[in-house]
Each structure stands twice: as structure tokens, then as C-alpha cells.
Design a binder for this molecule. Structure first.
Ligand code: FMN
Length: 199
């Protein structure tokens, strides 16, 4: 049986750490035998701003959304694992990713039905935060914020099979002497998280 996964890459720069780790995730999924749909939101020109066509109609859960959104929904239905790699912006996610969730994970599609249509979907969120583990409590606050806003607010709300968070701290490598070692450990951690998730 073929296994299908998607990697979501919501970064505007292709040479970012986010982009690099999204490719690491893709490589790992391929080596676990998955076919991978690599969704580069910026390269595909996805517009995160909500439109009238994609605004939920609370009286009609079968509303036909825009062609763009319908196409993204089909892509989601075709996979059983999604890995989303994103930089933490303001304790949350960047607008490009938020807008993809706002428009695509829509009423009547991912929520608003008695049987969730994404009930067989597992999602791993890999979040890169500039905050340092040993400086203050920001990393703990970011973890709590993502636990509420992402795991509870998106994963549980949409009835997903599983939602996993992997938080990478100090993504800017601040105050690190051995930068190569620091980034090698980050890559190793992401590879392991994806391997565990892919099983
Ligand atoms: C608009 C903006 C908001 C940010 N907000 C946070 C934040 O709330 N917490 C944090 O730890 N880092 C924050 N950062 C730092 C980013 O998480 C960090 O630069 C990123 O993970 C680096 O990955 P990249 O090279 O792929 O962009 C922010 C960066 C930007 C540009």
C-alpha cells in the first residue's frame, strides 16, 4: 500500500533554516517509503488573505469554496501524514501559514461534520523559535502557546487522528560557539521526530 504525506513549507526564503528542515523532513519521509507532496506556499503564490469566496457560510457546510481552496483540500485528502515546518512569529505562526489554515481548513471540510473528514490525518508541527532554552522562560511560554493554539485549536478542533509538536529552540544560534554542532543537533532532532511520526 502506498503511503502519502505532505510537507508544508510556509517560508518566503528558500535558503532559510525552515526551508532546509522542510527538505530534511521530506527526505526522511521518502526514506520511510512515503510519496511526498511538497507544498511550498510562497513559491506556489498562495494568498493568505481571507476572501469572500472562502468565508464560511454557517448555514451551508457544503459551500463550494474557491478553486484554489478546493484544490488544496483535495491535496490534503490525498495524504495521511502532514509535516508542517514553520518559524515561530509572535509565539504563533507566520501569516502565510495562518492564512492557509484559515482558508483551506474550512467549515464543512475539516470541521463542522459529525465525522471529521481529516479523522485519519496525523500532523507533525515542527516550530523553529529564536528563543533560547536557558534564557528566561520564553521557550516554555511558546510551547504553551503552540499547545493551545496549534495542538488544541487546530489539531483537536478538527478531529485529527494525532497532532505532534516538535519545538526547536535557538534557531538563530545565538551565543553558540559550536554552530556546526548546534545545527547538526537541530537537524538530528527533526529527523528523529519525523522518523517517529512516520512509523
Ligand atoms: C516577525 C517575527 C516574529 C518572531 N517572533 C518570535 C517569537 O515570538 N518567539 C521566538 O522565539 N522567535 C521569534 N522570531 C524569531 C524566528 O522564530 C526565527 O528568526 C526563525 O525561527 C529563524 O528561522 P528562519 O531562518 O527559517 O527564518 C520572530 C521572527 C520574526 C521575523
Amino acid at each position: 500500500m502506498s503511503r502519502n504525506a505532505m510537507v508544508v513549507h510556509p517560508h518566503h526564503r528558500d535558503n532559510s533554516l525552515t526551508a532546509y528542515l522542510a527538505r530534511v523532513a521530506e527526505k526522511r519521509l521518502l526514506s520511510e517509503g512515503y510519496e511526498v507532496d511538497f507544498l511550498d506556499l510562497a513559491a506556489e503564490g498562495f494568498d493568505p488573505a481571507m476572501t469572500e469566496a472562502d468565508q464560511p457560510d454557517w448555514g451551508n457546510r457544503d459551500k463550494r469554496y474557491s478553486d484554489t481552496v478546493m484544490a488544496h483540500q483535495e491535496r490534503l485528502l490525498a495524504v495521511d501524514k502532514v509535516v508542517v515546518v514553520f518559524p515561530v512569529y509572535w509565539f504563533s505562526m507566520p501569516a502565510l501559514l495562518k492564512g492557509w489554515i484559515d482558508r483551506v481548513w474550512n467549515y464543512g471540510f475539516s470541521y463542522g461534520r459529525s465525522v471529521p473528514r481529516l479523522g485519519n490525518l496525523s500532523v507533525l508541527f515542527v516550530a523553529l523559535a529564536g528563543a533560547q532554552e536557558d534564557v528566561g522562560t520564553d521557550v516554555d511560554f511558546i510551547r504553551s502557546s503552540l499547545d493551545l493554539g496549534v495542538r488544541r485549536g487546530i489539531g483537536e478542533f478538527n478531529g485529527l487522528k494525532e497532532t505532534v509538536l516538535h519545538l526547536v529552540a535557538n534557531s538563530e544560534g545565538a551565543d553558540v560557539e559550536d554552530r556546526e554542532g548546534h545545527y547538526a543537533r537541530i537537524e538530528e532532532g527533526v529527523t528523529e521526530a519525523v522518523a517517529d511520526f512516520a512509523r
